[in-house]
Design a protein around this ligand. Sequence first.
Ligand code: SF4
Ligand code: SF4
Length: 235
Amino acid sequence: MNARRMIDDIAAELALNGLILRGGFAFAAGEPVPDGAAGARAVLLVGHGGPTIWLHFEAWRDARPGDIADPLDTWSRETIGAVAARFGARAVSPSDRPWLPFQQWAMRAEQLKASPLGILMHPEYGLWHAYRGALLFFDEAAAEEIARRGARVHAPLHLCDACDGKPCLNACPVSTHAQGGFAYQACLDHVRAPAGRICHETGCHDRNACPAGAAHRYSRAQQAFHMRAFAGAGS
Ligand code: SF4
Ligand code: SF4
């Protein structure tokens, strides 16, 4: 395979399902690599900015009547796994246990910083983006090409630094982000209670209060899907 064309070819394959490459990097010689990625020489992160996967995912889901456990994870593993197989890579998922450090990898690959909500702030997509998997490469030619081209370099502007009033900290009815960090249990209790129905209907108020990347906000249906998955997660 021509390593020089590889990154463009992978991006083109991913685009068929609304996915994008989110940057990548090569591990330095001797650098410790997490167990779930042992032996890997380089990483390309895969995800989406805005709601671009949603129609692809829904079409896939509609073609499979009946219950599928963790359908978005299943779709992501299937879709990204097929691309990995074509390009001699191994696909890993943000849901793999033990958890791989996706946000640390993203900060390195895309030069992003965390918002006060914990979600990384993207200069274009704001809080409306996520990682659906990563491609691990084990050969030198791929690692060299990823080292040369992989990293996305944004303007070094972290939108949260310049944000007046930080409305994301004060929109939640149970103030889960008001004290610094995220009061996970308070959020979970609320979204599981009748009073939290509004979070299911309109999405997280704190996340929606952010003015950044508003054009990329997920649809209500997508937000409701993520909220159901979150509310159904173990405590
Ligand atoms: S509201 Fe402001 S501080 Fe909060 S995530 Fe958005 S840009 Fe950052
Ligand atoms: S989902 Fe609802 S309860 Fe949880 S942080 Fe967002 S607004 Fe608060």
